[in-house]
Design a protein around this ligand. Structure first.
Ligand code: ZN
Length: 280
């Protein structure tokens, strides 16, 4: 039952706002500018029914989409203790509090186990609304434990990436997570258990530079922004104009950085077929 209690929370904030105009009844698609009925959008997994634009999803919705039914959440109580006492334009502590309030989560990931099309899996889904889905000590620890759980219980591992990169407010401690997670994935590989990385919009920085690209399969949703450095930084460095669609899923697939671009509506079936191929 734990999954029920926790998955409700991220949705609650939308319903809480009382207004005379029913809020969120209609949504305008940023790609085709069509006005969509929100219920249709939800029924179609947050994919525009007119043009196929993929709206951003939160971590709980991801898990609901992929698991067959109920799932068990782990390590939800882990919380950053602001080890560097970091302050930029505002104290990191305040950013953490705001993230917790906005998402109902303690950090930018939910790790859970359950079944996907009857296959035992361990899934970590990242939450962009929590400080840009950034990877700090808690994200690193939660994902590492999820991989170790997969290893102990002989489950396949899936990480749904959605991140701005490493969490600079935790300095080098956040960068260490790249190595820690990569080492755990190495152990999973030696145990012949599959790991599939699902890259969603956006996947950038230290996450791209580590586990997002370490899957036995690296698959992305259509038109997702995927990269390490931003386009402006690259243009300034190489002093060249970047081509159209640079750092989008389709471009990366064409240049061999991804194994497939899979629409969200086909994602679960694609994962199930791939996992069976690896496990048989
Ligand atoms: Zn559209």
């Amino acid at each position: 039952m734990a999954w029920f209690k926790r998955t409700r929370k991220p949705f609650a904030s939308q319903a809480d706002k009382s207004s005379r105009v029913p809020e969120g009844l209609w949504v305008k698609c940023p790609t085709c500018a069509q006005i969509l009925y929100n219920k249709d959008l939800v029924a179609n997994m947050q994919v525009c029914t007119k043009c196929g634009h993929h709206f951003r999803m939160n971590a709980a919705e991801r898990l609901t989409l992929l698991f067959d039914g109920a799932y068990d959440i782990f390590d939800a109580e882990l919380r950053s203790n602001d080890p560097l006492k970091f302050t930029d334009t505002k104290p990191y502590k305040k950013r953490l509090e705001a993230g917790i309030k906005a998402t109902g989560l303690n950090d930018a990931v939910i790790s859970a186990t359950g079944t996907l099309d009857s296959i035992p899996v361990s899934i970590s889904a990242m939450e962009y609304s929590f400080i840009g889905g950034s990877m700090g000590v808690v994200v690193g620890e939660s994902i590492t434990r999820a991989i170790e759980r997969a290893l102990a219980e002989r489950r396949a591992m899936i990480i749904v990436c959605c991140s701005g990169g490493a969490r600079m407010m935790e300095g080098t401690l956040s960068l260490m997570q790249m190595a820690k997670i990569s080492a755990a994935l190495g152990r999973l590989d030696r145990a012949h258990l599959p790991y599939i990385s699902v890259l969603t919009d956006p996947t950038t920085g230290g996450v791209t530079a580590s586990y997002a690209m370490l899957g036995d399969l690296n698959i992305a949703e259509p038109k997702a922004l995927i990269g390490f450095a931003g386009p402006r930084v690259i243009e300034q460095t190489i002093k060249q104009k970047l081509p159209e669609g640079f750092q989008r899923s389709e471009f990366l697939l064409k240049h061999g950085m991804l194994d497939a671009v899979v629409p969200r509506t086909e994602m679960k079936q694609y994962l199930a077929t791939s996992l069976r191929f690896f496990l048989d």
